[in-house]
Design a protein around this ligand. Structure first.
Ligand SMILES: Cc1ncc(C[n+]2csc(CCOP(=O)(O)OP(=O)(O)O)c2C)c(N)n1
Length: 557
């Protein structure tokens, strides 16, 4: 039986009508009418996560998996504010996250009543849309409530996916479960027609350009886009740059540009600057490439996006092309002139081949990352945490058919385990989470999660603190580096992992790492496995410096 509260019924019925099936619930009493109404309906997959901060990232992991909106549901008071980090990630990563909070009636806000804060619009500019529902007593209030929920759910996916917040005042009684069925609800459809683009002028500009660069930021895997870009690079003189987070596996594309740009002097790499830059997708990790493009500004920069925001990341944007990138690139590939000579692509590839992946390094974060990537089975998923893991993976190539995910909207170190738990809670296939120790300990409450899957494999590189900070040149003399910046610690994950029943394996040299990795890639292990690899901060720094100095001694021909 469903709750008797009509605003709850409208919400639940509309979520169902929009096909939003996954509901991540955190416990409480004010949200009991919602909990009852979601859990009594077999359409919904309900998940119970106590810590709302972890629940938020669990929902993000589910979104990565199902590629549809996922809802969170919490009680009144501070519970809601614990969603804030995940809401920010969803906002900057364009993820459709639906936040539903139960609240007291408006009359009791600010009256020293228990567990009551001002919840309405709590996420401010970090939400695509926020609505405060009325309690329904009249037909007009019913229409108003339905309209608000429709508006919010449309804004979750259109025109830019992102988080929305529905705040629902629920007066007592909370436990009247009297309704046998959900009401028929109006569902407003929002179809945004494809825009037509005048290709003639774009093709003219493309044909006139001599140095064409296509830069793809973070996105979900899209084999069709990969093929399309391969065709464009076969037909014309252009290069495609992408990091692993772009999920575009092709040997025709270039991924080692961060090390490449660091290796050469400004004068040497000047000729690699594009005169036409085409960007698509989301965030880019490489700071060096951003700096390079800001310094050597292209004459033209087109950003391709079905969304309406205008990111001028390289301070040179001349054209937002507001269509689906695939539709645009399909037309462009068919229409532009074929090039006989490829001087720009040849130059980039020459430079790229001069940058070898790291080898012969001491046992360190970088060498361990290389070994881990090499051992990943095809058709698995790699989730990488911020900050060293997402940077270090870029130094190595990756087998095809491995999806790579990262909470790169805000670069937060929190929520890595929760995200991986959400991703592995449904679906098949091994999922590898590569993270550092601060990221691990930050998200310990993710281990208090009944859905930790047997497909989850965690590789924890424990370098005793925030290793990334040892690599910042200017900081080495700071007296507070170890106590406050790297937050040095002596802890191991062992006791926590064993306490929650996961298999624990330890490694601290090449041999034990190989043994651990061979356990890790076994299918059907029954329960999740964590491999904790201990590395030494000084050796990590030495390996980093050794690799980059080996690049500068390579001859440039
Ligand atoms: C929530 C949050 N707090 C702080 C930071 C700043 N920060 C960036 S990297 C980092 C250290 C990460 O350490 P660890 O997870 O151990 O990875 P390592 O760099 O050692 O590989 C910190 C604290 C952040 N990005 N997010």
């Amino acid at each position: 039986m469903y709750s008797s509260h009509k605003n709850v019924l409208q919400t639940v019925a509309l979520l169902k009508a929009y096909g939003i099936a996954h509901i991540v619930i955190s416990p409480g009493s004010r949200n009991i009418p919602l909990i009852q109404s979601f859990t009594c309906d077999p359409f919904f997959n309900c998940w119970s996560i106590v810590d709302e901060r972890s629940a938020g990232y669990f929902a993000i992991g589910l979104i990565y998996r199902v590629k549809k909106p996922v809802a969170l549901c919490c009680t009144s008071g501070s519970a809601l504010l614990n969603y804030a980090p995940a809401v920010a990630e969803a906002f900057y990563h364009r993820l459709p996250l639906v936040v539903i909070s139960a609240d007291r009636s408006q009359a009791w806000i600010g009256q020293m009543d228990g567990q009551t804060i001002n919840q309405s619009g709590a996420f401010g500019k970090l939400a695509n849309y926020s609505v405060q529902l009325p309690e329904i007593h009249t037909d007009e209030e019913c229409w108003y409530c339905n309209r608000l929920i429709n508006e919010a759910l449309i804004c979750c996916s259109t025109p830019v996916p992102g988080p929305i917040h529905i705040n629902i005042p629920i007066s007592e009684p909370l436990f009247a479960f009297t309704e046998e069925r959900l009401p028929d609800v109006r569902c407003i459809k929002a179809e945004i027609p494809d825009k037509s683009v005048n290709m003639r002028s774009f093709c003219g500009e493309w044909n006139d350009a001599h140095k064409r660069m296509i830069l793809v930021g973070q996105q979900f895997s899209d084999p069709y886009l990969t093929t399309l870009l391969e065709k464009l690079t076969e037909k014309t003189d252009c290069i495609v740059l992408r990091e692993h987070l772009a999920n575009l596996p092709s040997s025709r594309f270039i991924g080692n540009f961060d090390a490449l740009i660091g290796r050469f002097t400004k004068n040497e790499i000047r000729e690699l600057a594009p005169d036409l830059l085409i960007s698509l997708g989301g965030h880019l990790v490489s700071k060096k490439l951003k700096t390079f493009l800001r310094e050597y500004k292209p004459k033209r920069h087109w950003h391709l996006s079905a969304e309406t925001d205008i990111p001028d990341t390289y301070q040179s944007l001349t054209q937002l092309i507001n269509v689906h990138p695939v539709a645009f690139l399909e037309k462009l590939t068919g229409l532009v002139n074929a090039d006989k000579e490829r001087p720009f692509a040849v130059k980039w590839n020459e430079f790229s081949h001069l940058i070898p992946p790291p080898t012969q390094l001491p046992f360190s974060d970088i060498s361990v990352t290389g070994r881990v990537l090499n051992s990943l089975p095809s058709f698995s998923t790699l989730i990488v945490a911020n900050s060293s893991p997402v940077r270090n993976i870029q130094l190595f190539s990756l087998k095809e058919q491995i999806d790579v995910l990262c909470n790169r909207g805000t670069n937060g170190i929190e929520g890595s385990i929760s995200t991986a738990a959400g991703y592995t809670a449904t679906g098949d296939g091994l999922t590898f989470l590569l993270l550092g120790d601060l990221s691990f300990f930050h998200d310990l409450s993710a281990l208090n999660n009944p859905y930790l899957s047997g497909n989850l494999r965690i590789i924890l590189i424990n370098n005793g603190g925030g290793g990334i900070f040892h690599l910042l040149q200017g900081l080495k003399k700071s007296e507070t580096l170890e106590s406050y910046v790297t937050a040095q610690h002596p802890h191991s994950a062992e006791a926590w992992i064993k306490a929650v029943g996961l298999t624990y394996i330890q490694a601290n040299d090449e041999q034990s790492l190989e043994a651990g990795l061979s356990e890790l890639v076994k299918q059907n292990a029954g329960k999740g496995i964590l491999l904790e690899v201990f590395t030494v901060a000084e050796l990590n720094k030495a390996a980093f410096e050794q690799y980059y100095s080996s690049l500068t001694t390579t001859n440039y021909v």
